[in-house]
Design a protein around this ligand. Structure first.
Ligand SMILES: NC(=O)C1=CN([C@@H]2O[C@H](COP(=O)(O)OP(=O)(O)OC[C@H]3O[C@@H](n4cnc5c(N)ncnc54)[C@H](O)[C@@H]3O)[C@@H](O)[C@H]2O)[C@H](O)CC1
Ligand SMILES: [K+]
Length: 511
């Protein structure tokens, strides 16, 4: 696998991108030359992706350099024989943008001040990382016209209107089919709130020197992209030659209730795929027969159950586990809280999800039971995060939750993100919306729990997040998004990883 450059991995705020850009300019790179280079690369990409020269391109041009980029692309597309229509509904513009607008006019490209109909596709060069205040009404109307046109929109750098750091629309935002992020990943694009707007994400590398990135972000940047490289390194592979089932990790998975039987099975099947050495599966007694039938390698503990079919108590006396996971389908009754208390007080690495998170959200004082040095992982979706911490998951709220509670946190949803107590984070860029489906969280919990028994908590979180999202993407590619059932996901984890690691496995066997 080719080593990735720092530019592939880092995530920046608007301020950081501006600081990096300023270093390039101060070192002698002319602003116009950089725009020419970046927009030239983008224009080549667009010509490759959209070779049909009968299709008319609409180019929405804003007042700043995002608009300048769009004008360079407009010029190149025009010169390559595409019909091009510019729309520039702004009175003022930066000098470089003005120069490109004049040149476009000189070339005879049609420039409209009012919304032009009859474009087959739009390029959004309205605003990029320079957007610094809410959009006025006229611009919001322009964005609505573009979004309502029904034509595909491709955004330059960011969908216009999105805040570069938070990913929130500042009044309105372009709903892009694809966003070509320029140079470095912008933090806002990787936030949950940005998901409805950015479409497919693609980065256009333009060769920013590592020294300039390091000068602004430091040698080990806090916020990183969750790359294949990082995830594969985080897997508990290769397995040591002296491995023994007890040394390969022992997991206690506490899951299921009469009401939610499937959750326990999905989690257990996924845990099995993690390669965990031994799994003890604690379920209500009435589920034990089906659990043994489905996951014969698990040591199934049939727990006494409450009247409502939840686990009443945990008939396990020794703590010999490398990790404990609780949550999928356990229910939220008082006995679950008692079990949670017991596990919280131990120092065993602990993964808490689903119903168990609901119980904790109802009793935040229970967090105090956790020893400070113990590793705790939680995997909330946005709603669970809101209930637990009282705010939507944002870069700031995620890192303060992780540091205050000393948590390794996996924020589920689009661009799932792993956050650590010391403020490091890894965001997966292109997850699949096909994962938004009941039961997928149970699969993630099982997989992560199994990995947690074998490796450190941060590695387990990184590896599980990547593994389960990438497997889902592979299923969606073959069987459409409709085919990404949690059952199929659990079943495909191992085959997909085997296929993905074929070259690594061959190298390992040859060595
Ligand atoms: N990163 C790089 O190295 C390169 C970036 N390029 C492109 O340039 C934009 C950033 O350009 P900038 O001029 O700084 O900002 P914008 O184009 O996003 O727009 C700023 C422009 O708009 C005004 N403004 C801000 N907010 C509003 C508002 N709400 N309503 C109206 N006007 C607003 C502001 O005053 C400015 O005049 C980056 O995204 C890239 O696309 C380079 O071309 C290549 C290298
Ligand atoms: K844009």
């Amino acid at each position: 696998m080719a080593a990735l450059s720092l530019a592939d991995r880092v995530v920046v705020t608007a301020e950081q991108m501006q600081a990096i850009e300023s270093r390039l300019f101060a070192a002698g790179m002319p602003v116009a030359a950089l725009m020419e280079k970046v927009a030239g690369l983008l224009s080549q990409r667009l010509q490759m992706a959209y070779p049909d020269r009968t299709q008319r391109w609409g180019i929405w041009v804003g007042p700043g350099h995002n608009g300048g980029d769009a004008l360079v692309v407009a010029r190149e597309l025009h010169l390559q024989g595409y019909p091009v229509q510019i729309w520039h509904p702004f009175e003022r513009r930066k000098p470089l943008t003005e120069a490109h607008l004049q040149f476009a006019q000189h070339l005879g490209i049609s420039i409209a001040c009012d919304y032009p109909e009859h474009c087959d596709r739009w390029l959004d060069g309205g605003f990029g990382f320079g957007l610094n205040r809410p959009l006025n009404e006229a611009t919001q109307t322009a964005i609505a016209q573009l979004n309502d046109s029904g034509k595909p929109i491709l955004s330059i750098d960011l969908p216009s209107g999105l805040d570069t750091d938070s990913g929130e629309p500042l009044g309105a935002a372009i709903r892009a089919e694809r966003t070509y992020c320029l140079g470095l990943w912008k933090q806002g694009l990787l936030q949950l709130v940005a998901a409805p707007w950015h479409g497919e994400l693609e980065r256009v590398d333009f060769g920013i020197a590592e020294a300039d990135i390091v000068a602004v972000l430091g040698p080990v940047p806090d916020r990183q992209i969750l790359t294949d490289e990082a995830a594969i390194a985080a897997l508990p592979l290769p397995i040591a030659a002296d491995a023994h089932k007890y040394r390969r990790g022992q997991l206690l998975l506490i899951a299921g209730s009469q009401r939610y039987r499937g959750a326990a099975l999905l989690a257990a099947l996924a845990a099995r795929s993690s390669g965990v050495g031994m799994m003890t599966l604690a379920v209500p007694a009435s589920l034990s027969a089906i659990a043994i039938a489905q996951v014969p390698e698990a040591l199934v503990v049939a727990c006494p159950e409450t009247e409502t079919g939840e686990i009443a108590e945990l008939p396990i006396d020794r703590d010999r586990y490398n990790a404990i996971a609780i949550g999928p389908g356990v229910g939220t009754g008082p006995t679950i809280r008692t079990i949670l208390h017991r596990v919280l007080q131990q120092s065993t690495p602990f993964l808490i999800d689903a119903d168990a998170l609901t119980v904790l959200a109802q009793h935040p004082e229970d967090w105090a039971l956790r020893p400070a040095e113990a590793r705790t992982v939680i995997t909330p979706h946005a709603g669970e995060f809101q209930r637990l911490f009282g705010s939507a998951p944002t870069p700031a709220s995620l890192s303060s939750a992780a540091s205050e509670r000393s948590l390794i946190l996996v924020r589920k949803g689009p661009s799932p993100t792993v956050v650590t107590p010391v403020g490091a984070s890894w965001a997966l860029v292109d997850s699949t919306p096909a994962l938004a489906r009941g039961g997928r969280g149970d699969v993630l919990t099982g997989l992560l729990g199994g990995l947690l028994a074998q490796t450190d908590a941060v590695s387990a979180a990184i590896a599980a997040t990547w593994w389960h999202s990438r497997t889902a993407q592979a299923i969606a590619q073959k069987q459409t998004a409709l085919g990404v059932t949690p059952t199929e996901l659990a079943a495909q984890l191992t085959p997909w990883l085997g296929q993905r690691l074929q070259s690594e496995i061959a190298q390992y066997l040859a060595s």
